[in-house]
Write a protein that binds this ligand. Structure first.
Ligand code: SAM
Ligand code: SF4
Length: 331
């Protein structure tokens, strides 16, 4: 059974934000004094497992855990272990996560044991001082130790960096070379206008077309059809032999091939990262012990998946396009 939305797109990818909390406060992602959700509002690990399993029975083939920081959710390894049963039956093709890497050294071995083959690690700079500044207190050494541990456990890593004007734009070539040198793919993401932060997003925004043109002065970038089920467009970098991805929601609309929906840790389903419309799955989940109500709430929500997002960053639009932070819907 598959979930097909009104525009004929097959929804086979679920991203789950397992917590809105994080041990970092990246300046483009969160305000310093974020108010986090009361713990009682969160779906329990058992409830998260139940919703994910219903999605899998309805055709989801790829499941990504994100957040906030997924590895700071208490007992998250228990959820991952439970979900890994769907890998063993073959119903789920991939179970993966996006992490800031701070807890990876501790969990890498278990993640590999539970069938995690690939993860994304977010890292915007290789300079320890700048890393501390952009994350407001993160320790780069610890993240790199986490990457070492994950690679030693046989997990493939893709490094994700957000392009921030006048912060890391002139460093992204070095970061890419470092990633490729360690056998990791590298993806650059445009900043998206999500949630109130202290700074002005217009000052951070850097169109990736410009960055690509800059990189092309130094490297030979060859477009390749490689896809990972996500929205990134990839090039092969001749000089490094590695892959470089661009995620360009602002300058290039990737909505026509969108195959995903996003679940928050309170059981709200967002059919589009860039729209406010959502569906509550927590009530149907809690209203009965069998999954019928939940399954029909999911069908109803998929039937409302919009055609695309309306992100815009310019000087006239001072407010974020969507009010919720990226940490709510999980990037
Ligand atoms: N804490 C984990 C991490 O940092 O990888 C997972 C959640 S984080 C919200 C997921 C991704 O979203 C990260 O790569 C982060 O850099 C990115 N992100 C956060 N806020 C963003 C924004 N406003 N625009 C673009 N990317 C953003
Ligand atoms: Fe935390 Fe990830 Fe947001 Fe940084 S980007 S504050 S690590 S959730």
């Amino acid at each position: 059974m598959n979930m097909i939305d009104p525009f004929g797109r097959n929804i086979s990818y679920l991203r789950v934000s397992v917590t809105d909390r994080c041990d970092f406060r990246c300046t483009y992602c969160m305000a310093e004094d974020m108010t986090f959700l009361p713990r009682k509002d969160l779906l329990s690990l058992e409830e998260l497992d139940r919703v994910c399993s219903v999605f899998i029975s309805k055709g989801v083939r790829k499941l990504r855990l994100t957040g906030g920081e997924p590895l700071v959710r208490k007992n998250i390894m228990h959820l991952i272990q439970q979900l890994s049963r769907h890998l063993r039956t073959g119903q789920l093709e991939e179970l993966t996560l996006t992490t800031n890497g701070s807890q990876l050294a501790r969990f890498a071995g278990q993640l590999a044991d539970f069938g995690i083959k690939r993860i994304n690690v977010s890292m915007d700079t290789l300079d320890a001082e700048k890393f501390r500044a952009i994350t407001r207190w993160g320790d780069l050494g610890r993240v790199i130790a986490g990457i070492d541990a994950a690679q030693a456990a046989g997990i493939k890593i893709k490094i994700n960096a957000v392009a921030l004007k006048d912060f890391n734009d002139h460093e992204l070539a070095d970061l890419m070379q470092w990633a490729h040198g360690r056998g990791m793919d590298f993806t650059i993401i445009e900043t998206m206008p999500m949630g109130e932060i202290e700074g002005d997003r217009t000052d951070q925004y850097l169109p990736l077309s410009l960055l690509r043109a800059r990189l092309e002065k130094q490297f030979t970038l060859v477009d390749i059809p490689y896809r990972t089920g996500g929205p990134a467009r990839y090039v092969q970098v001749a000089e490094t032999g590695g892959k470089l991805g661009f995620i360009t929601p602002m300058t290039h609309n990737f909505c026509e091939s969108c195959n995903r929906v996003r679940l928050t840790c309170t059981g709200t389903l967002y059919m589009c990262l860039g729209q406010e419309d959502s569906a509550d799955l927590r009530n149907p989940l809690r209203a009965s012990e069998d999954d019928e109500l939940l399954a029909s709430a999911i069908d109803e929500a998929i039937g409302r998946k919009p055609k695309g997002h309306d992100f815009i960053i310019d000087r006239r639009h001072k407010r974020p396009a969507v009010a919720r932070h990226m940490s709510v819907t999980g990037g």
